[in-house]
Design a protein around this ligand. Structure first.
Ligand SMILES: Nc1ncnc2c1ncn2[C@@H]1O[C@H](COP(=O)(O)OP(=O)(O)OP(=O)(O)O)[C@@H](O)[C@H]1O
Ligand SMILES: [Mg+2]
Length: 149
């Protein structure tokens, strides 16, 4: 699916729509790999996703912490935790091991959003979703492509 947004608010709206479409009973965690150049909207999308899940805490870019976790105030479609990982500085499998990512990617109650997912492609489960963000000529325009792996 290919969408065009013209503001950060619209990009958050796309994320909120995806939250509304979450289906109950998936036997695996929901993993979303976000790719696209600096400032293309990966964190903005994640903020919209978290807000739609009911997360009240301000979502900061996890760049310096690499990963943040958010407990959902109420389960949404059976999910009760959201993880936000920034893989910008990750390049080796051993680094994701330190984070305990393998366990996180096994728990079907987790939603995991990963910026710069292309850096740790080999670690992501087959049923993950890929979302690519692209700038356009107009300053606030972005193309968002949502793909199933
Ligand atoms: N249509 C749009 N969608 C998303 N963000 C937009 C849009 N138009 C303008 N922006 C602005 O672009 C910036 C996107 O920054 P954001 O931190 O989300 O990017 P990022 O992809 O996470 O970058 P990084 O690779 O540095 O982590 C924000 O300042 C946001 O307000
Ligand atoms: Mg970011």
């Amino acid at each position: 699916m290919r969408l065009k947004t013209e503001s950060d608010k619209e990009t958050r709206g796309v994320a909120a729509l995806m939250v509304r479409e979450l289906k109950r009973g998936a036997p695996h965690p929901m993993v979303i790999g976000l790719s696209g150049e600096l400032g293309s909207g990966k964190t903005t999308f994640t903020q919209g996703f978290a807000a739609a899940l009911g997360v009240k805490r301000r979502l900061l870019s996890p760049t310096f912490l690499i990963m943040r976790s958010y407990r959902l105030p109420r389960a949404v479609a059976g999910y009760n935790k959201m993880f936000h990982l920034d893989a910008y500085r990750l390049h080796h499998r051993s680094e994701t091991e330190v984070l305990g990512l393998a366990d996180i990617l096994r728990d079907p109650k987790n939603i995991v959003l990963i910026e710069w997912a292309e850096n740790i492609k080999g670690t992501l489960p087959k049923n993950s979703i890929a979302i690519h963000f692209e700038h356009r000529k107009k300053e606030n325009e972005r193309i968002i492509r949502i793909m199933r792996h």
